[in-house]
Design a protein around this ligand. Structure first.
Ligand code: ZN
Length: 241
């Protein structure tokens, strides 16, 4: 969908609050590129709120995790405000047309952020199958990881971040001697390298919604930084912080 038609639709939708999911055809493959049909602010609930939360969850503030719970509370408002600040918008904490336009500008047709792909987050197989959860659930988690990586990347000046390992099937995890209950098998983890030093990645990741950060000084993590969105909290990169 062109920016113009998207803007026209958004303008129409603001008057009649509905949630609009649009379908764009890209190279013959149908993708449902998500778009919002109403301005969202504190106190509102709905799937459109959850869709917003996925995309701003990389801006929760230091050592915070934004719940993807369809409920636009103070933490979502703060994350929207930080997203707006990071992308040069006025900090209202309200997600309206300008905020949605910015999200569309960094969103691919399959709803992943533009600098990361399902393929990059899965060098193990093409299906996201064979892990500890269904392929569908693994992809949902991988997409949540990607939006947080997009935030981390933007915060570090938009220099490339490389994912050396994302989702792993149980077989792939065994092949690399991964931990027995590795978050990689759930699609919730990414191993990072890139332009920045590993310590820069590990330290900055503390601001972008990762419960687990393992980096230089932690056994087995001298050549990458592991981040994940699992439910327990562990930060260890003794050579960095
Ligand atoms: Zn890892």
């Amino acid at each position: 969908m062109s920016n113009l038609s998207r803007r026209a639709m958004l303008a129409a939708a603001v008057a009649i609050p509905t949630t609009a999911a649009t379908v764009a055809l890209t190279g013959g493959i149908a993708h449902a590129e998500y778009s919002w049909g109403r301005t969202l602010e504190k106190g509102m609930r709905g799937d459109d709120v959850a869709q917003l939360q996925v995309r701003v969850a990389g801006w929760p503030g230091y050592n915070n995790i934004l719940a993807i719970d369809s409920d636009f509370g103070p933490a979502t408002e703060a994350a929207v405000s930080r997203f707006q600040e990071a992308y040069g918008l006025s900090q209202t904490g309200i997600a309206g047309p300008r905020t949605f336009e910015k999200i569309y500008s960094i969103q691919s047709a399959d709803n992943t952020p533009i600098h990361f792909t399902y393929a990059e987050l899965n060098k193990c197989n093409s299906t996201y199958g064979g892990g500890k959860v269904s392929a569908t659930d693994a992809k949902i988690s991988a997409r949540r990881v990607m939006w947080r990586l997009e935030a981390l990347r933007h915060a570090l000046g938009d220099d490339p971040i490389t994912v050396s390992s994302g989702f792993r099937s149980e077989a792939c995890n065994n092949a690399v001697d991964g931990a027995p209950d590795s978050q990689h098998m759930y699609g919730r983890a990414a191993d990072l390298t890139g332009t920045h030093s590993l310590c820069t990645l590990a330290k900055r990741a503390r601001y972008h919604g990762f419960n687990v950060i393992l980096g230089p000084g932690f056994t087995g993590h001298s050549d990458h930084v592991h981040v994940d969105i699992g439910s327990y909290h562990q930060w260890s990169a003794p050579n960095c912080f």
